[in-house]
Design a protein around this ligand. Structure first.
Ligand SMILES: [Zn+2]
Length: 343
């Protein structure tokens, strides 16, 4: 147990320090995101000599020479997105220096709009790169996260609307019924959310039958599908898309209603078995946000994929290192590489 705890702590430190270098985890919003605004055009282009040198050493992948750290990060984000939304993302395109995710509908969503944004601007107007930027920690956390470190709270609404429905009526047409605790709730049927939610509760009910104490953190559910804006904002809550759930309501669960001390006390006792079941099924936990929301889980398979396949990048290794090497993923890798080579 101690060794496992230590391992998780080390993992978390790795993830957090990695973020700090790039995104300024506990920084003020002025410097937040300073690393993301480098336009592709401004990255140093290797000279022809450099390209020749490297491609001689590694002639099976002649794109390595011009692959910047930005490109590698972008490609890893795009692979996580394609794995997470397999029936909705049709391809990747690069045009005029921008990278686009092409949806099945034919619409294109820009990966990185190259705008410099502070934290509030990212919340209000995130592109896909902003959404993927903060690494969601899959390992356990002991202390509430700090500053603006809210992995998952920054969301790209173009993608959500494409996948789950672009209006209240379109979303409601996608809702499916899920039986939970002898009641019926509605979740979005697109992208397997309703199915994943049913799987979560089958597992949770198994755990509860062995450990009754866990039931007190789950039932009665506080909120499922509910078309509304986030408190204090004009942005749609993820409950509006039918992809989020609030477990049993306790007054100290939410950062607007509780002090950090109260939030920490709640984090201390919250059963991690519940968190593990949700994460295994593609959901992230609001307990891993500095602006904590401890009863809240939402379906964000792209962030779970990015976290699950995270590996320290090694020079000379392919950018998709750490991701599963299957026929399916290699097809996606090829689509992404082709798009970058076209640009
Ligand atoms: Zn919620």
């Amino acid at each position: 147990m101690r060794i496992k705890g230590l391992f998780i702590l080390i993992l978390l430190v790795l993830v957090l320090t990695g973020c700090e270098a790039n995104f300024g985890v506990a920084d003020t919003s002025d410097t937040d995101g300073a690393g993301e605004t480098t336009p592709i055009e401004a990255t140093p282009t290797p000279t022809a000599d450099e390209i020749e040198d490297v491609s001689e050493a590694d002639d099976d992948r002649d794109t390595f020479a011009s692959e910047t750290p930005y490109d590698r990060e972008a490609k890893r984000d795009l692979l996580a997105l394609m794995m997470a939304y397999p029936n909705h993302i049709a391809g990747i395109e690069r045009a005029d220096g921008f990278i686009y995710v092409v949806m099945e509908s034919g619409s294109r969503i820009v990966y990185d709009d190259m705008q410099s944004k502070d934290f509030g601007e990212k919340l209000a107007n995130a592109d896909l790169q902003d959404m993927m930027e903060l690494a969601y920690p899959l390992g356990d956390i002991v202390l509430l996260l700090e500053g603006d470190f809210d992995p998952g709270r920054i969301r790209n609404y173009d993608l959500l609307m494409e996948v789950y429905g672009g209006s209240q009526s379109a979303i409601e047409a996608n809702l499916e019924h899920v039986q939970i605790d002898a009641k019926t709730y509605q979740f979005n049927g697109e992208n397997g959310v309703a199915f994943a939610m049913a799987a979560v509760f089958a597992e949770l009910d198994d755990i509860i039958s062995d450990e009754r104490v866990i039931e007190e953190f789950v039932y009665p559910l506080a909120s499922t599908y509910y078309y509304r804006v986030i408190a204090g904002t004009d942005r749609l809550s993820l409950h509006s898309f039918g992809i989020a759930i609030d477990l049993k309501n306790v007054k100290t669960d939410y950062w607007r209603d509780a002090t950090r001390e109260q939030g920490q006390a709640r984090l201390d006792v919250f059963p991690r078995e519940i968190v593990a079941v949700f994460e295994e099924n593609g959901f992230i936990w609001g307990g891993k946000w500095a602006h904590f929301d401890l009863l809240h889980f939402e379906y964000r398979p792209e962030l779970i994929a990015k976290a699950k396949y995270f590996i320290e990048q090694v020079d000379g290794e392919p950018w998709y290192q750490g991701y599963p090497i299957t026929d399916e993923t290699m097809k996606l890798v090829e689509i992404i590489d082709d798009a970058f080579n076209d640009g």
